[in-house]
Design a protein around this ligand. Structure first.
Ligand code: NAP
Ligand code: GLV
Ligand code: GLV
Length: 320
């Protein structure tokens, strides 16, 4: 009988599928993250693990789990996994693409509106009894309709976010490695260099995976290219932005604001970030809808089971 470990409680639908297939299923039951030591201990002797993006699945862990055959990541991004090392050892890595595309694109919009129309600042003001009646100059923000949206990384989520801009009659620019002809046709999107996108966009939204090439893709120089009136939205991965440089840029009001769902050293934030009024901060909630998390749980569970039955999982990151 295969031994499987789930590193945190996920929606019941996924756990039910797994425990039907593996009666001895082990699930880490605490309501807080598993410690590194306990993780290393728990993966010993397992054939499969279902893990979170916040857990480093590296060489040390694979040494501890020397019978491991499948790593099912409960996320689409897999920068937490040493995929080269897993592949070298013949371990299958799966992820959860597609089912979270809409939810994450919607979160990017939620942040975009929250920061540009100052919804969170407004809420804080009302709660501290600062609402004195309608005022001509109270909490003025910037509008969205007819503006330019710059998508960095025109994959599933980036394109979905751009599609949602249609109702706002926006011009869409994108920066990606390859050309997306359907995207260009359907949305009149224009492929441009990153510098052009930064110079011309009113809203810059990041959707690249975290890789060696995208680490600090947005640093001091890139931030300084942005319009003085442009907002930065990040629902991709924290290290895509040089967070210290962003704090400086926001503090000096070189851009009016940013909406962030992800951070360089989660859950730790760069010094000064929480003191700024012109940033909206979410705790990595991109895929956090009931339906999406349920679908991710089922997808990860089914792929893990397929891998251990020597069938081909639907979402393999390392097909080689
Ligand atoms: P995807 O379909 O693979 O899209 C990523 C796109 O980024 C690809 O189309 C790729 O472009 C582009 N890209 C990769 N490297 C690049 C580079 N060096 N320069 C320019 N473009 C580059 O992935 P997705 O499903 O949209 O997810 C994107 C990322 O969002 C995930 O990797 C994850 O980190 C993050 N995410 C976050 C949350 C959250 O909770 N906040 C939720 C889901 C996902 P080409 O196609 O041109 O090669
Ligand atoms: C979430 O951040 C994911 O990559 O699924
Ligand atoms: C605002 O509430 C308006 O009526 O203009």
């Amino acid at each position: 009988m295969h031994k499987v470990f789930v590193t945190r409680r996920i929606p019941q639908e996924g756990l039910d599928i797994l425990s039907a297939a593996f009666p001895g299923l082990e699930v880490y039951a605490d309501d807080s993250p598993i410690s590194r030591d306990e993780l290393l201990n728990k993966v010993r002797g397992k054939d499969g693990i279902l893990c979170l993006l916040s857990e480093q699945i590296d060489k040390e862990l694979m040494d501890a789990a020397n019978t491991l055959r499948v790593i099912a990541n409960y996320a689409v991004g897999y920068d937490n996994i040493d995929v080269v090392e897993a592949t070298r050892r013949g371990i299958i890595v799966t992820n959860t693409p597609g089912v979270l595309t809409g939810a994450t694109a919607e979160m990017a919009w939620a942040l975009l509106f929250s920061v540009s129309r100052r919804v969170v600042e407004a809420d804080r003001l009302v709660r501290k009894k600062g609402f004195r009646g309608w005022e001509p100059m109270l909490l003025l923000g910037e509008g969205v309709s007819g503006k330019t949206l710059g998508i960095v990384g025109a994959g599933r989520i980036g394109q979905a976010m751009a599609r949602m801009s249609r109702g706002f009659d926006m011009r869409v620019l994108y920066f990606s490695r390859s050309r997306k002809e359907d995207f260009e046709k359907n949305l009149l999107a224009e492929k441009v260099e990153l510098d052009t996108l930064l110079r011309e966009s009113d809203f810059v939204s990041l959707h690249v995976p975290l890789t060696q090439e995208t680490y600090h893709l947005i640093g001091q120089r890139e931030l300084s290219l942005m319009k003085k009136t442009a907002y930065l939205i990040n629902t991709s991965r924290g290290p895509v932005i040089d967070e210290k440089a962003l704090v400086e840029t926001l503090r000096e009001k070189k851009i009016p604001g940013a909406g962030l769902d992800v951070y360089e050293e989660e859950p730790v934030l760069a010094p000064g970030l929480t003191e700024l009024d012109n940033v909206v901060l979410a705790p990595h909630l991109g895929s956090a809808t009931t339906e999406t998390r349920r679908n991710m749980a089922v997808m990860a569970a089914e792929d893990l089971i397929a891998a251990l039955r020597d069938e081909r999982p639907k979402n393999v990151v390392n097909p080689e």
